[in-house]
Design a protein around this ligand. Structure first.
Ligand SMILES: Nc1ncnc2c1ncn2[C@@H]1O[C@H](COP(=O)(O)OP(=O)(O)OP(=O)(O)O)[C@@H](O)[C@H]1O
Ligand SMILES: [Mg+2]
Length: 461
């Protein structure tokens, strides 16, 4: 999975490398603040009054911060753009794959869920893709660099301080996990509510016909109350997390202040070194909180990516080996002992024989659930048959390509779906290269031409 994930970085190697270098520089620049503080205080306590340190140091530091600002801009902008491009690539692959999946896939999967994978999940993946490496680099370098720097200043005090780090880190991580779980529950409740809402609104005509508004309202209210409860939980743990982390940050400042103070009183540290410690605290506390946030991002990204792969691993529809293009079609359809079970135990059709001559109009009549639609769906191979064969002009439909087979068949579905585009484009859907005259002719035959012409934009409505 990791290899697969890394492959999406390949087209962006240059930007990625620059991004990482910029992240490295951004974290290194942080270290100059305690360095300058230490030299200034050192100059003063050793009796020197060389203003050059203050002025030169101040200007130098400001310049470094200007560079840092530019680098941060680069990381933010280019990093996000890189992430969104990677996301676009994944979405492209997913869309293509979705186009190639068979009917049965859509029988068993919710449109809403597929869409959320395409948008939310892939968003999480792209966030991880660019923030991940950046955060890891910035955090680890800042922590390691500040550790090394402080150790050269006073190794004993550094050791005391850094021994507290894992302890505080664990507390923050625990609270964060709790908060994440609570938010996950509330997101699930929200998804539940949205699903129910979608079904209520889609079915509103049925609701009206059965005058069931009251029932629907009650169903809605149950979900709505549940949502408030789960949200309350989430905010409780959010409150705990934020108040505790800011307490931890404060406590850490106290640790450095007091431990350093004791060292100072015992004569184990110079004032200049002590001041360097004090201003360094936030240098490594900020990356710690970033790291805690990153863990969550990591989890979301990995989940999103594995769900993405799950879809890509679904078997697409495919032509059998040596399938040929169907050329001119006469339209003689034959079923020979056709059996269909929709991939389940139950045979919906068993041993069906049919012979429909070309040019004949043929009607299937039967009870609901009798298998009429199934028979129609087998001809364009929307579903596979489990026995027998179907022939068109004497040729087994499994021996021709899906594309040419389906192109040769016109279908009016039970529920007609209109795409979100103009009337003309919807009519053209059956044959995109048809001429304007043919579109009008089709509309006239369907008895809708006059109606279309009444509309202000005609065929462009
Ligand atoms: N995608 C599917 N997966 C599994 N079973 C299915 C699927 N579609 C239909 N069936 C089952 O196959 C049987 C035949 O269904 P079909 O839709 O072909 O009937 P029909 O004759 O078209 O009914 P109606 O007159 O209601 O349209 C039913 O028992 C139905 O439950
Ligand atoms: Mg039917």
């Amino acid at each position: 999975m990791l290899k697969r994930f890394l492959s999406y970085y390949r087209p962006h190697r240059l930007i990625f490398t620059l991004d990482m270098l910029a992240s490295f520089a951004v974290s290194m620049i942080g270290i100059f603040y305690p360095i300058l503080t230490r030299s200034m205080v050192g100059e003063f306590t050793s009796g020197g009054r060389d203003y050059k340190i203050i002025i030169g140091g101040g200007i130098g530091l400001l310049l470094l911060y200007v560079i840092r600002m530019l680098l941060n801009y680069f990381i933010q902008y280019e990093g996000h753009v890189m992430g969104v491009k990677m996301q676009a690539q994944m979405r492209r692959e997913m869309f293509d794959h979705l186009q190639s999946l068979p009917y049965s896939y859509y029988d068993n999967h919710d449109t809403g869920k597929i869409m959320s994978r395409m948008t939310n999940d892939l968003f999480e993946v792209s966030e991880l893709a660019h923030h991940g490496p950046e955060n890891v680099i910035i955090t680890s370098i800042t922590v390691v660099a500040s550790f090394i720097y402080l150790a050269t200043v006073n190794w004993l005090l550094t050791l005391v301080i850094f021994l507290c780090v894992p302890f505080l880190f664990l507390i923050a991580l625990m609270l964060r996990t709790k908060m994440r779980d609570a938010f996950k529950r509330s997101r699930e409740a929200a998804a539940e509510i949205n699903g129910a809402l979608e079904s209520s609104i889609t079915g509103i005509r049925v609701t009206k016909a059965f005058t069931n508004s009251k029932v629907e309202r009650e169903k809605f209210e149950v979900g709505n109350v549940e949502f408030v409860e789960s949200r309350k939980d989430a905010y409780r743990s959010m409150g705990q997390f934020h108040s505790s982390t800011s307490f931890i940050t404060n406590a850490f400042n106290v640790v450095v202040l007091i431990a350093g103070g004791i060292f100072l009183f015992m004569g184990k540290i110079e004032i200049a070194d002590y001041s360097a410690f004090i201003v360094s605290v936030n240098l490594f506390l900020t990356p710690m909180t970033t790291l805690i946030g990153f863990m969550e991002q990591y989890q979301n990204g990995v989940t999103g990516f594995s769900r993405f792969l799950e879809i890509l691993e679904e078997t697409p529809e495919s032509d059998s080996e040596g399938a040929a293009d169907m050329k001119t079609v006469e339209g003689h359809i034959r079923f020979e002992g056709v059996t269909c079970d929709y991939g389940t135990e139950v045979e919906v059709l068993r041993g069906i024989d049919l012979d429909i001559e070309k040019g004949k109009t043929f009607a299937l009549v039967g009870p609901s659930g009798g298998g009429k639609t199934t028979i129609c769906h087998l001809i364009p191979r929307f579903y596979p048959i489990s026995g027998g064969k179907i022939l068109i002009d004497g040729k087994d439909i499994r021996e021709v390509t899906l594309e040419s087979l389906r192109r040769s068949i016109g279908i009016v579905q039970q529920d007609v779906y209109l795409f979100n585009s103009s009337i003309r484009e919807n009519i053209l859907y059956g044959r995109p290269d048809a001429t304007e005259e043919e579109v009008v002719e089709a509309a006239k035959r369907a008895n809708i031409h006059d109606y279309i012409m009444q509309m202000p934009n005609g065929y462009d409505t």
